[in-house]
Design a binder for this molecule. Structure first.
Ligand code: FAD
Length: 324
């Protein structure tokens, strides 16, 4: 019988269920090939992240809860999950760094095909995915009779609407063996302590390019972002020039994002940058060159000097009492 296993993003039970997991459940629903189970890896999972326990449409939760799994290495998780994985026709993970690390290993262990970066589900065994950094979409068909592993392109999916089921799904705790072979171990985590929204999940993003000219000038964008409760983004040229940190880069070799509103200041609109904002809602571009390629994808474009436009925008926000 067909059944789907969604491997949740690693987390503890304190935080609410990760949005990436909710988006992956949306893909599972769209596939609709049988019951959906959820697998959890982490530490402190006595209580599942809210509201996972009561989520509608889940048949069962498997929980691997162990202090050694606070930051679970993919090489370990793939071994833990390996034998059980064969019970499923579909195994899904968010296309996060954890998912992109784990699923190829699992595909190798199972000898099963992996479809990465799923943009659309066209049938239980037909998927649309991006190639060439998302610039070309291709349709992949997986033959019957083999399990298929899928990573989900998060920017292309909305999270499921959280609804309570008629009864909590059963939880099966799975013991983690005393000695686990590991060829990779967690060393440390550096987290940006910014109070701004996270770039990858922000509803609004204010982004700047090389034209900002210095790290100090980038602070102008920060002022605007704070007023709009937006995350900050940057082009690769701005990152390479040292105006913005590397983790703010948007695009093919940076983050792929899907905010409702993307404000691009002094960004030319190179194809590698546009790859990162393909799924954005409204794109607003300010550029002093009327021929800049960003205007081809912008919903609203303003030909002007960002050093004049941003102060004007801030003054208008002041006048309207927005974000003060
Ligand atoms: C393999 C590869 C991967 C890449 N990955 C990425 C990626 O992930 N993300 C990414 O962004 N790029 C990426 N790039 C680089 C990309 O090709 C561009 O070089 C880069 O996006 C350009 O950044 P920019 O728009 O800030 O700079 P520029 O191309 O120099 O554009 C600056 C723009 O600012 C405008 N401008 C100048 N002054 C002002 C002003 N005062 N007011 C308003 N407008 C002004 C100019 O008219 C111009 O349009 C990649 C390239 C390669 C080869």
């Amino acid at each position: 019988m067909d059944a789907i296993l969604v491997i949740a993003e690693a987390q503890d039970g304190q935080a609410p269920i990760a949005e990436s997991t909710l988006k992956t459940l949306a893909v599972a629903r769209k596939i609709g090939a049988g019951p959906v189970d959820l697998a959890w890896f982490g530490a402190g999972l006595d209580r599942l992240p809210e509201p996972a326990g009561t989520l509608n449409g889940i048949r069962k939760h498997w929980v691997f809860d162990d202090p050694r799994l606070v930051h679970p290495p993919a090489s370990l998780v793939s071994r833990l999950i390996g034998s059980r994985a064969r019970e499923y026709s579909h195994l899904l993970m968010p296309g996060t760094s954890f998912g992109r690390d784990l699923l190829p290993r699992l595909a190798g262990l199972l000898g099963a095909p992996l479809v990465s970066d799923v943009l659309e589900v066209l049938g239980p065994r037909r998927f649309k995915r991006g190639i060439y950094a998302g610039n070309i979409h291709t349709v992949v068909r997986v033959p019957d009779g083999v399990p298929v592993l899928l990573t989900v392109r998060l920017a292309s999916w909305r999270p499921i609407v959280v609804e309570e089921g008629p009864a909590p799904a059963p939880v099966e705790k799975i013991a983690v063996p005393g000695t686990i072979p590991v060829d990779a171990r967690f060393v440390g985590l550096e987290v940006d302590q910014s109070a701004r929204p996270d770039l990858q999940s922000a509803r609004r993003v204010v982004s700047g390019g090389r034209s900002l000219g210095s790290r100090e000038n980038f602070a102008l964008l920060e002022k605007l972002a704070d007023r709009l409760n937006a995350a900050i983004g940057a082009s690769r040229a701005a990152v390479d020039a040292g105006y913005a940190p590397n983790d703010l880069q948007v695009g093919q070799t940076g983050k792929i994002i899907a905010p409702e509103l993307y404000l691009a200041f002094g960004i030319s609109g190179a194809i590698q940058h546009l790859t990162g904002i393909r799924d954005a809602g409204t794109i607003v571009a300010v550029n002093k060159d009327p021929e800049a390629p960003i205007f081809k994808v912008a919903d609203l474009g303003l030909v002007g000097d960002l050093f004049a436009v941003i102060p004007d925008l801030l003054a208008e926000l002041d006048r309207q009492g927005i974000g003060r």
